[in-house]
Write a protein that binds this ligand. Structure first.
Ligand code: HEM
Length: 164
């Protein structure tokens, strides 16, 4: 008997790269363009410049990250949640600024369709990072970061109200 609406094969669809329009060249241009703006930004620049010693290494890592997200190359092997939870100075408003700069860079450097795909992924990842960093049950925002990035340890010796 033929059942309506039931597919004959139940193979799981293979995960596909997000779009054939996106390649490593676009990713490199976007990553380098974005972090050039971040480093110059009054709000975000000091956070990144305090923690990152080797910008070439960070940019290569971020190209690997976006290559894994958009092209499914699997080149990125890290754990963004743990890396961000160590950044005690980061607050929700920094995410707003990060996304504003990311949207502007993507719209300037990519065609509109590719820009929308990058921004959509970034928004989703930013949301999940913020849920982990600020909104754990029973914790007050920003108060539960385990450990701390070594570059911030000097700052942690200041009284709470004086931290940035
Ligand atoms: C407030 C917004 C953000 C700030 C201030 C921030 C800051 C940083 C800093 C300082 C690092 C270097 C950490 C280290 O070397 O120890 C880092 C790493 C990283 N960030 Fe962000 N970030 C932000 C948002 C995001 C978002 C939205 C994404 C993804 C779309 C992202 C993806 C990553 C990744 C993949 C790494 C590398 C983690 C690793 O070491 O493997 N970040 N971020």
């Amino acid at each position: 008997m033929r059942r309506i609406g039931v597919p004959m094969t139940l193979e799981r669809p293979r995960r596909q790269p997000v779009s054939p329009m996106i390649d490593e060249t676009i990713i490199k241009d976007l990553v380098h363009g974005f972090y050039a703006r971040v480093r110059d930004d009054a709000q975000l620049g000091p956070i990144f410049n305090r923690v990152i010693d080797d910008w070439d290494e960070h940019l290569a890592k971020m190209c690997d990250f976006w290559s894994s997200v958009m092209l499914l190359t699997g080149r990125y092997k890290g754990n963004p949640m743990i890396a961000h939870m160590r950044l005690k100075m980061v607050r929700p408003e920094h995410f707003e600024r990060w996304l504003t700069l990311f949207r502007a860079t993507a719209n300037d450097l990519c065609d509109p369709h590719a820009a929308a795909l990058f921004v959509g992924k970034a928004e989703n990842i930013a949301r999940s990072l913020q849920l982990g960093m600020f909104y754990r049950s029973g914790a007050s925002p920003g108060a539960q970061n385990p450990g701390q990035h070594p570059a911030e340890s000097q700052q942690s010796q200041q009284p709470e109200g004086e931290r940035s």
